[in-house]
Design a protein around this ligand. Structure first.
Ligand SMILES: [Zn+2]
Length: 277
């Protein structure tokens, strides 16, 4: 069995501030990237205890070179995608052939009253819906997995995103490593306790694969992206296929979900270009 694992950082146990997730921070980031890596390692170990061998990890946070290589299992059945920009971003490498997907360190979507809540680019995106459903990064990636018939079986992160994801995918095992007190404050498990919970949940998740379903929206797919600034929408609207639906809103439709998501990733990058001065 083959596992695809996309790991973000803001939903890691203990994380409560952007400094801890910002690779340019010399003090806190080096500590928290280790916790992020250890949560990924725990998920791999749990999955392997339940029969998984091949694993592809997609480092999915910021510049996507956060994971500490020497904290990961040292065998050639584990591969890691590292570096920025990856064409498929948080879904890089996700394709037919995997049996199961995990999302670790994931966080609440833009607009949620939760710690570090955002969707892809906090300076660019205010809200994203697919077929009318407001989407977190977890749902957007889960639907990509689902389009290839792959179920997401484990989600770890803050309680808001874990609750939302497991509501949409009741077969998915969730580990809520922390509760939000505010945008920049948490009540968290310790990293080591979170890692133990993730290890156990990963094993349980693999055991449940037989009862799972891929998560999918219905074709045709319609995405509405609300931007933070008018100028973000000005830029996105330039791309063929995007329709301006409001001062800060654009719409895109696609017969396939991968086609929708690649347009979304392009829109995120194009929209972010408008923030450069
Ligand atoms: Zn992130």
């Amino acid at each position: 069995m083959r596992l695809y694992l996309s790991c973000d950082m803001e939903g890691t146990a203990g994380v409560c501030s952007w400094q801890q997730c910002d690779p340019s921070d010399p003090h806190e980031y080096p500590i928290y990237r280790r916790y992020m890596t250890q949560e990924v390692r725990a998920a791999i170990e749990g999955a392997r205890a339940a029969g998984i061998r091949d694993v592809l990890v997609n480092d999915s946070h910021w510049d996507m070179r956060n994971l500490l290589w020497d904290e990961l299992p040292a065998d050639d059945d584990l591969r890691v995608t590292s570096g920025t920009r990856k064409p498929w971003s948080m879904g890089q490498g996700l394709e037919a052939g995997f049996d199961v997907a995990f999302l670790t360190g994931y966080h609440a979507k833009a607009g949620d009253a939760a710690t570090l809540s955002h969707t892809f680019s906090p300076e660019t995106l205010y809200n994203v819906t697919v077929n009318g459903t407001p989407c977190s990064e977890a749902l957007l990636v889960a639907a990509l997995a689902g389009s290839y018939g792959i179920p997401v079986m484990l989600v770890t992160g803050d309680r808001t995103t874990v609750d939302e994801t497991t509501r949409a995918m009741p077969w998915c095992v969730g580990v809520a490593v922390k509760d939000a007190i505010g945008y920049s404050a948490v009540n968290s498990l310790t990293p080591r306790a979170a890692q133990e919970a993730i290890r156990a949940a990963a094993a349980e998740a693999i055991g449940r694969v037989g009862n799972a379903r891929p998560f999918a929206f219905e074709s045709p797919f319609e995405m509405v992206v609300e931007t933070v600034n008018v100028e973000n929408a000005d830029f996105i609207e330039l791309m063929p296929g995007f329709e301006r639906t409001g001062a800060r809103a654009v719409r895109f439709t696609s017969p396939t979900y991968p086609g929708l998501l690649r347009a979304f990733i392009a829109a995120t990058r194009m929209g972010a270009a408008a923030n450069a001065r």
